[in-house]
Design a binder for this molecule. Structure first.
Ligand SMILES: *Cc1c(COP(=O)(O)O)cnc(C)c1O
Length: 515
């Protein structure tokens, strides 16, 4: 802690900073228990005699604690984390919006939560109806012809979509060699292309941060399988020439893949199926409000045009002549299964609850509010921070640290300082096309009051960067730990308790050398 250095006034308290570390193992003492069982009134079973060497008899050192000590330990740990239920996540690219509680209530209904994937179809008509409705909703929202809900995340959806593109070209006798990807793309795009066996060709953006049509024309050839395009792009800009881009590709037999993780800027306003997209994924755990982060389940449905429908993963839900729903496994040209069973079913339930609760007008309003909020932040902070692309913003805005870097204050420093003001950091140093990027996506969830708090905090930080750069360079000051050695934390994570003696290398205060 470096309280003496902290001079700014945080608007909100960040975390519960109880100095008592309350480490489970240190508090342990022999014989303490968190439970009380009745006396055994049946003969004891010898587990080893029953199960043989499978039984682990040496349980290692386990902490022995009372119930209240355990509860306080975990509750206290939870207060050291930041959460969407505590405040805003201005993370760009990742759409961290509020997840309405009604979604959770619906997903926990017994008939839904307890359904078994091997339950016969005759007893699963309700679950199949949810899958069918979610697919129909996505077809309507995207303007595409067919969907699969199987992929478990956005990147997994990309993988599925590119496998389908590969199968499509193979069915025409040649899988082709390369995939074009703009330099502003999310890192998962080139990774996906490479994993699917394609070469990645880097497409340079023009001065407005959009695809350069001349460059595209020059690069597309008969070896090009597809262009993977994020629209709106990662800098929050709508590719206004998207139809021309599609035409240029189609003229050479190449396809247009749209990374639709940013659909929250388009839902109810524009449909990719109408502007030439052949296949795309959506992130239910971004646009459709189901929780994400922390490694929870995700869902990255893929939607495609008719020409790609035969290649969708099997099974697909179909309506039988008698009106009942069924899973169709007989799909000879399918790329195969990409996920066990039907995908992360609970996520479809949450997303469908969100869609039905909003209705078409509500979804359109959501999109408008998300774009309005991003533009409010842009208008209020333009001048305080450099805005590298002046093109109209949609759901997110990218500033840079250029003005503050003159005083040695980098985007990472200001992101960390924002933590002292009670906010999660914005996205730091991404996209790579912007040096020192500061990427902010407020989402529609935030009120004007909350946006004003964020704007005030960022203006205050910009003032600090002028008047007292060291304060920002050494932030955060109000968290339990100051600066972590992030490289070591990522490369050599220590994931379990290793005893009280050795200092935890990840927790050593070090100032990062580089961002
Ligand atoms: C989040 C995101 C992805 C990846 O989605 P995951 O569910 O994290 O795999 C891909 N592209 C863009 C533009 C994204 O924002």
């Amino acid at each position: 802690m470096a309280d003496e250095k902290f001079v700014g006034t945080p608007k909100k308290a960040t975390t519960h900073t109880n100095q008592n570390e309350d480490l489970m193992f240190e508090k342990s003492s022999p014989g303490k228990k968190a439970y009380r069982l009745a006396e055994l009134d049946v003969p004891a079973i010898d587990a080893v005699a029953l199960l043989g060497s499978e039984v682990r008899t040496d349980l290692g050192v386990m902490p022995e604690l009372s119930e209240i000590e355990i509860i306080r330990h975990f509750t206290r740990l939870s207060t050291w984390n930041y959460a969407i239920d505590l405040g805003m996540y201005p993370l760009g690219s990742c759409t961290m919006k509020y997840n309405p509680r009604v979604n959770e209530t619906v997903a926990r209904l017994e008939g839904i939560a307890e359904a078994h994937p091997y339950q016969p179809e005759s007893l699963s008509q309700g679950c199949l109806t949810i899958i069918k409705m979610m697919k129909d909703v996505l077809v309507e929202i995207t303007g595409m012809d067919a969907t699969t809900l199987q992929p478990a995340a956005g990147a997994h959806g990309e993988f599925t979509g590119i496998l389908m593109i590969r199968a499509y070209h193979e069915s025409h006798g040649n899988a082709r060699k390369k995939i074009l990807i703009p330099d502003s793309a999310h890192g998962t795009n080139p990774a996906t292309a490479a994993v699917c066996g394609y070469e990645v060709a880097n497409l340079k953006s023009n001065a407005h941060g959009m695809v350069d049509l001349d460059e595209l024309e020059r690069m597309v050839d008969e070896d090009t399988a597809a262009l993977m395009l994020t629209n709106p792009s990662t800098i929050g800009v709508f590719e206004s020439d998207i139809k021309k881009i599609a035409d240029i590709l189609h003229a050479k037999g190449a396809l247009l893949y749209m990374d639709g993780a940013n659909m929250n800027a388009l839902v109810g306003k524009a449909r990719p199926g109408d502007f030439g997209v052949d296949v795309m994924h959506l992130n239910l755990h971004k646009t459709f409000s189901t929780p994400h982060g922390g490694g929870g389940p995700g869902s990255g449905p893929v939607a495609c045009k008719k020409i790609l429908e035969p290649f969708l993963p099997a099974p697909l839900v179909v309506t039988r002549p008698d009106g009942s729903l069924s899973m169709d496994y007989d799909r000879p040209q399918s790329v195969g299964r990409v996920r066990m069973f039907y995908g992360n079913f609970g996520m479809f339930v949450r997303a469908l609850a969100y869609v039905l609760a909003n209705g078409p007008d509500g979804l359109r309003q959501t999109t408008e509010d998300a774009v309005l909020n991003a533009n409010y932040i842009r208008a209020k902070l333009e001048g305080t921070f450099e805005l590298p692309y002046k093109t109209q913003s949609l759901h997110e805005v990218v500033f840079s640290d250029k003005l503050q870097a003159k005083n040695g204050v980098k985007t990472g420093d200001m992101g960390k300082r924002l933590i002292d003001y009670g906010f999660h950091a914005y996205t730091v140093s991404f996209p790579l096309v912007v040096q020192g990027a500061m990427m902010i996506e407020p989402t529609e969830s935030e009120s004007r009051e909350e946006l004003d708090l964020l704007i005030d905090a960022l203006k205050q930080i910009a003032r600090e960067a002028e008047e007292n750069p060291e304060l920002v360079q050494t932030a955060p000051h109000t968290t339990r730990l100051q600066r972590l050695d992030e490289t070591t934390a990522a490369r050599k994570p220590i994931l379990r308790w290793k005893g009280p003696v050795a200092p935890h290398p990840v927790l050593v205060d070090t100032v990062e050398k580089e961002w």
